[in-house]
Design a protein around this ligand. Sequence first.
Ligand code: MEV
Length: 328
Amino acid sequence: MRFAVKERTESRHIGFGKVILFGEHFVVYGAEAIVAGIVEYTSCALELQRGRPGLRVVDERPAVRGYIPAKAAEQRRAHQLVLSHLHIDTSTDGLRVHLAGPLVPSSGIGASASDVVSLARALSEMYALHLNNEEVNNAAFVGEGGYHGTPSGVDNTAATYGGLISYRRSGGKSIFSRLALNNTLYLVVCSTGITASTIEVVKDVKRRKAADPAWFNALLERYNACVTAAREAMMRGDLQQVGKLMNENHTLCQQLTVSCAELDTIVDYCREKGALGAKMSGTGRGGLVVALAADEAQRDRIADDLAKNCPATKYVWKYSVLPMGSKL
Ligand code: MEV
């Protein structure tokens, strides 16, 4: 083996969860996305298993029902891709990979990205690779290929850096910057409990785009106007306008066919209860809704109401994105 290897990791290695506020799917085709890293994370600890080749994953993440078995094959592929990218050979001495942390894996929350980011960081300690954030992000991007097929890179970037990020992929490169807010964003994030396969949904959008490029380009043009206006509204603290643009982004997702009845029900419910805006977030066809509230009290009221009275809702989280900011 090329590296001095430890018996086990000692530090805590994490990858953040994320919520896409603008741009799922469009970001795959080079459009700007706005994504918020959330405080919950996945952690990864490693133990060397001498004479036992391969990886054994002990997955103790508090996932929504069915998520871990549904993603097991994709996870195996993703972990192998990270290992090969980092030139780590487990054909003689294998690894026990222990995943844990408070992030509840569910479709849309960036669980796969937080998994591969935390793994890359843990491998860096284990094999003395001294990876910086950019190298961790690159390894995680390769790993996301196992989960996503053709990832845009938005999820692994949010999982590596956290914070509020404007992200775009152009000419094979990730271009991103941290957005400095004037106000706190109070978010309700709500899961349908339905696990969707990002690889399949992204593939289906690609197929539809190829079949009708004019239809796709018209949606993309409307989306580009929407996200530009959203970033400007966020920067000047006009949350009413951000909410309206989230609604517009949801309509575009519906037209792209990536929403579903359960997501639409939850989105409508959040708006009826006074949210400034609500949309699906992430892969879609299941997964998450994100709603923007005017303040903390309204966020808590909407979240509690959803949990009690909206049967399409399986899990609800209350998040805040704080007005700190600096360049990445
Ligand atoms: C998944 O969280 C976001 C998608 O846009 C895929 C990607 O960006 O790689 C659907």
